[in-house]
Every structure is written in C-alpha cells, then in structure tokens.
Design a protein around this ligand. Structure first.
Ligand code: PML
Length: 243
C-alpha cells in the first residue's frame, strides 16, 4: 500500500491564508484533497487567489511511527499565571531561571513567522539557518488521517508536538497559537508530555509562534533540522479532543 504526503497552502497575493498537510494511503487521496481544498477556500482570513495542493509518494520504510505524547491541561486564572506554569515546566527540564525567562520572552515576542525558532541552550543561540523563515515542521500526520475540512487545533498541534519532541537533542517546545480566536497554547516535551496552557493570550490577539528548545550536546543540530523538516512521522493514538 502506497502512502502519500499531501500538502495544501493557500494565499492571496503575498498573504498566507491557510496551510495543512496529511499522510494518507492511495485510496483516501481523493477525500483528503477535497477536504483540504474546502478548507483552503473557506477560511476566516479571506478568499485565496492561489491554492497549491502537492502530493509526494513516501517510501514506507522511511516512515517513523511514534505514540502521541500524554495529554494534560493546566488552566490558570490569568495569562501571567499560564506563563508561570510554563516557567516551572522549563525549570523541571533543567533550564536555569535566566534561560527559562529568555525563551519565554522569545515566544511572547514572536511577530509573524511561519516557521519556529530553534534555541540551543548549550550555545545560548538561535540555530535556524534562515531566521525569517524559521524551522518548518512537515511530513507528519495522525495514524487515522482526518478527512474533515475544518481545522482541529488540538489534534494538529498534538501531532506536530509529538513529532518535534522525538527529535534528536530536543528538550521542549513552547507554542502560542497565532489564531486570534484561540487562546490555548502548550508546553511539550518527552518527559512532561503535551501540557495545554490556557489562557496564553487575550482573545483577538493574532500574535503567536513556536520556540523549539534543544541542546546541541545531546543531539546534532543539522540532523535535528533534517528530521523536523524531512522525516515522515505518523503519530499513533491521537484523540479528536483533549477529553
Ligand atoms: C495553532 O494554532 O497552530 C496552535 C494550536 C495550539 C493548540 C492547543 C490545544 O488546544 O491543545
């Protein structure tokens, strides 16, 4: 049975409107393409004038399968309370106060950036080869690839976070959604799991982004970037809802 990577991106002029991807077997390709085209055409950010749907066959032996991270939710009364929990989780991963405050400052100040920042604690440096572009995590899906046309923030984020957490030398990921209507974000790591944090921002705020925290003493950075951007990963046991 062949598997295909199916990627959709939609834009209007220079403006990015929507993007999504799936990994699906040949017999599901038609349904997945239809769902992604619907999603691209009906987006709250506007009607695109360009929709690109790209298919690539993936060799089954290239695919890595990993179980979804364990899910938990840590609600807080205030945004600052959520960032305190984030800091506590970073300290538990071995970051110093200064490092933890530094990476939280980075994720809070991300402007519009399609990819993620990659911060190395060993050198105290950002490691993205192109700082404007950031690191773009692609080639991933849940085992039960969805053919729903709406975006499920939680499910898509859990898939991405699980892929990222399994990268060589990765310590943790911080995420604030850039969707102005979505105030829940997360902290994720192999040890803590996928920890949903809410609220991480005010309703209506379109700032958001991701910071990946790694340690170049524990894994090679070039290999990590190659894994994040190129290795196909299927995540097992991904629920539709956080429960
Ligand atoms: C995004 O918008 O891409 C990030 C979504 C974060 C999802 C958090 C959750 O609901 O678990």
């Amino acid at each position: 049975m062949s598997l295909f990577s199916i990627k959709m991106r939609a834009s209007e002029g220079e403006r990015h409107i929507s993007g999504a991807e799936r990994i699906a077997p040949t017999e599901k390709i038609g349904d997945v393409i239809a769902a992604l085209a619907q999603r691209a055409a009906h987006h709250s950010l506007g009607e695109p004038d360009f929709i690109n749907i790209k298919l690539e066959r993936i060799a089954p032996e290239e695919i890595r399968r990993v179980p979804a991270l364990a899910i938990s939710t840590r609600p807080a009364k205030t945004i600052e309370g959520s960032f305190e929990i984030m800091k506590e989780l970073l300290l538990a991963e071995g970051l110093t106060q200064q490092e933890a405050e530094g990476v939280i400052g980075q994720v809070r100040s991300v402007q519009v950036m399609r990819g993620a920042m990659l911060y190395d604690v060993a050198s105290d440096r950002r490691m993205e080869p192109d700082k404007e572009r950031g690191i773009r995590v692609t080639y991933m899906d849940a085992e039960e690839s969805s053919t729903a046309s709406g975006k499920n923030h939680f499910r898509e984020a859990l898939v991405l976070a699980t892929k990222v957490a399994n990268g060589p030398g990765m310590i943790a990921e911080l995420c604030i959604s850039d969707d102005p209507d979505y105030i829940t974000g997360y902290f994720a790591s192999r040890t803590a799991g996928y920890v949903r944090l809410t609220p991480l921002k005010e309703m209506g705020d379109s700032h958001g982004g991701r910071v990946f925290i790694c340690d170049s003493r524990r894994g090679n950075i070039d290999e990590l970037i190659k894994y994040l951007e190129k290795t196909p990963v299927i995540v097992e046991n991904v629920p539709d809802q956080p429960c």
